[in-house]
Write a new protein. Sequence first.
Length: 285
Amino acid sequence: MTFPRTSTRLVIAVLILVVGAVGYVVFVKRTKVDTGRLSALVIVHPGVSGLKATAKEHALVPTSSSSYPTVKKSGESDPDHTGSFARLWEGSSSTHNAVTLLVDLLPDVAAAKATLGEAAKKQLGRSAYSSENLSFARRFTVRGVPDASGSAYVSAASSTSVAGNGYAIVYRVGSVVVSELAEGATGGLGQADATSVARAQNALLQRVEPGFTMEVTTRPAGESAIYGGVTVLLAALVYVTPPVVRRRRDRRAARHAERARYQYRARGRKAVRRHRAPSWSRPPR
């Protein structure tokens, strides 16, 4: 029996380790959906002087309660790739400043485009915020944010509210749709502030949206240890076993040869004794 040379055994052992590593990446894993990862799609600090740096509220928004039909439908058919997250910042009580950002993650770009159309109708229409005493004033261009649309609203002073402004902006980055509403009393947040927040949010999404997923992959420690141990052991056996077997075979062959020589000598002594003359016929010494 011929055993592989040392270099060949080494190559085979390395191949086993490589195949084992690939198998580990592909098979030894557990995947779960972490909706909390959606918070990474929204800026933490708005960067506007009229707002407090820390958000007052932030929360996951159930897709079942979304104002956009596509988000609701995608949440039912593909919940692992659909989700919504909102963050709210406020200013001092005297300014009445507030900015709300809502991001909707969709399963694909087609669904995101459909959602953007729904968001534009819902957030930028003439009566979009009539329930909040905001009247439509004009449309405006959001410079620095591709494909973004904006609408400005105004409110008159009343016995229960102060005169103010509102600015709604919607846009899409990949499979994420952003809806922004900035509000403030007269002299508070303005269009430039709303645009500044939109630019910061857009810049964040340009970095994190590509390849973003709510799925988290973990490697179980126990299974990893077993898989790694078996792979290393198999590679070690391929490299170490042939020389061990060869040495054992050589020792066994040597014992067989020594036994054969002993048996040969023993048969020769017996033959000599059989052909030796009887003692009574030998001459006296």
